[in-house]
Design a protein. Structure first.
Ligand code: ADP
Length: 485
């Protein structure tokens, strides 16, 4: 019997999560699982997790009031539960399951749930390009079979198990993204997901705060290789020397993808890199197929190769691979192109930022600027860089100068580092503005932008630069309407 929400009961769950049934019925089915008390409706199982800002245990009472059928809590919370949650003298007391650690128990549930299904799992990790590769891969596999994929970047110790427990009969393929901030996280996620196919897109300077150095990032990504079972097919970026160094040490059979012809899956004749996309010829074994991606940039060719490699290994035929790749339309906030009526183009790359992604983003944006146009760059801080933050923001400034941007607008605590880097690399201070708010940023950009220009926005997500993109669009369109009067 496959587990399914609507039929699964506490009696079936407590074994896999090593839980103890504290009170309430054990044979009432749970309608679904929720870790958010605001979304936990009648009949659901509320799972209390302790996060950085909130502790789900503080909301158990609220969840009970909204009619959940059960709660999973940490056993140390039991005395508080008994004191806080009013005993229900009617028949409707929720089932209370206590575990040692609710986060670990959630992972155990995901792991168990996944193993109850005869599905193939693709797990994508890497420093950059995970979500894009995951989405491209899902586009390919969906051509042939029903696929479950992680929503957005549900890629951590919470998001991955929550994705796995959405598995239902009828799904044949799962495509997941595995992310990490700390050593050991990919190892645990690999044990939870037990992938048939693991993809590592690349390694770079991401999450240095938790990991220290890029070598350690590589090692952490290598946990996928170490922890996956010997039968797991491993797909790695053959152009990434550091990654290949780590991968080779583990003596596993590798399938490589990359721009270089030595890779098992490679690309040739990369052409027409415009705002409408990029074309290339996909090579695998004896076959070659033209592909027209609807997203621009060489990095997206890399992501497409990773997804194609996963598709081929998972049994997709070349037509399916090409069709899937060509259907992929990009993801909001990841280099999303918005054409405005004044002939100005905005690139919204505000979903996240790190040194490698910023470099790629700047270079790609520059390569797309039409002959008469200029590149205007709006940057917010890159977070989670630890001790490397000051230096990396200086490098960011230098990159802006190196790509020949016409103007730089910066926001955030590291704005001065970025500015210093840009000026040291020869960028004129006249074309740099440090701003304090999104509104100021928008004002500067609206004033500066003219026909043919590309305005690139990039920052870590917490900088909320997506808001500036929306404001800027509205402001520039207003200007245009005023011009037309
Ligand atoms: P992730 O999920 O790993 O954060 P995404 O697919 O969401 O990656 O892409 C985020 C940004 O990272 C993109 O907008 C682009 O700037 C950069 N990026 C994407 N793919 C690559 C790649 N293969 N190599 C380097 N940078 C990339």
């Amino acid at each position: 019997m496959h587990p399914e929400w609507g039929t699964i009961t506490a009696a079936e769950l407590i074994g896999p999560i090593q839980g103890k049934l504290v009170s309430g019925p054990q044979d009432i089915p749970f309608a679904g699982l929720s870790t958010d008390s605001r979304k936990a409706g009648p009949g659901a199982l509320f799972w209390a997790l302790k996060g950085e800002r909130f502790d789900g245990h503080d909301f158990v009472q609220k969840a009970v009031q909204s009619g959940v059928s059960g709660v999973v809590i940490c056993k140390t919370y039991l005395p508080r539960l008994q004191a806080e949650v009013e005993p229900d003298r009617t028949q409707n007391s929720p089932t209370v399951i206590a575990v040692k650690d609710t986060l670990k128990a959630l992972g155990d549930l995901g792991r168990w749930w996944r193993r109850q299904y005869d599905v193939s799992v693709v797990a994508v990790t890497g420093s950059a390009g995970k979500t894009t590769t995951k989405e491209m891969c899902a586009c390919i596999l969906e051509q042939g079979i029903p696929v479950l994929k992680s929503q957005g970047n549900f890629n951590n110790l919470i998001g991955v198990p929550l994705t796995l427990v959405r598995l239902t009969p009828g799904i044949a393929q799962v495509v997941l993204e595995l992310g990490m901030n700390h050593p050991g996280e990919i190892a645990r996620l690999t044990r939870i997901t037990d992938p048939d196919l693991g993809v590592i897109t690349n390694v770079g300077k991401v999450h240095l705060e938790g990991l220290g150095s890029v070598e350690q990032v590589a090692r952490a990504k290598g946990e996928l290789l170490e922890e996956s079972s010997p039968g797991t097919h491993i797909i790695v970026n053959g152009d990434d020397r550091l990654l290949m160094h780590v991968a080779r040490r583990l003596r596993r059979d590798l399938i490589t993808f990359g721009l270089g012809p030595q890779n098992h899956v490679s690309a040739g004749e990369i052409r027409g890199n415009t705002l409408d996309g990029v074309s290339f010829v996909l090579h695998y074994r004896e076959g070659s197929w033209p592909v027209n991606l609807r997203v621009p940039g060489r990095h997206n060719v890399q992501n497409a190769l990773a997804a194609a490699a996963a598709g081929f290994v998972a049994g997709a035929d070349p037509e399916q691979v090409v069709k899937g790749l060509e259907e992929f339309q990009g993801i909001k906030g990841r280099f999303t192109i918005e054409r405005l009526s004044r002939g100005i183009t905005m690139i919204d790359d505000t979903y996240n930022s790190n040194p490698e992604a910023l470099r790629v983003s700047l270079e790609t944006a520059k390569s797309l600027v039409p002959e008469r146009g200029r590149l205007l760059v709006a940057l917010g801080d890159m977070l989670e860089l630890g001790d490397a933050a000051e230096m990396e923001h200086k490098v960011a400034g230098r990159l802006v100068a190196d790509v020949g941007a016409a103007a730089l607008v910066v926001l955030g605590n590291h704005a001065q580092d970025t500015i210093q880097g840009a000026i040291e690399a020869g960028f004129s201070g006249k074309h740099i503005t440090a701003v304090e708010t999104h509104e100021q940023m928008v004002k500067v950009l609206t004033h500066a932008a003219r026909e043919g220009d590309i305005v690139l926005f990039k920052a870590s997500q917490l900088m909320g630069l997506g808001k500036a993109v929306a404001l800027c669009k509205a402001s520039m369109e207003r200007e245009r309407a005023a011009d037309a009067l």
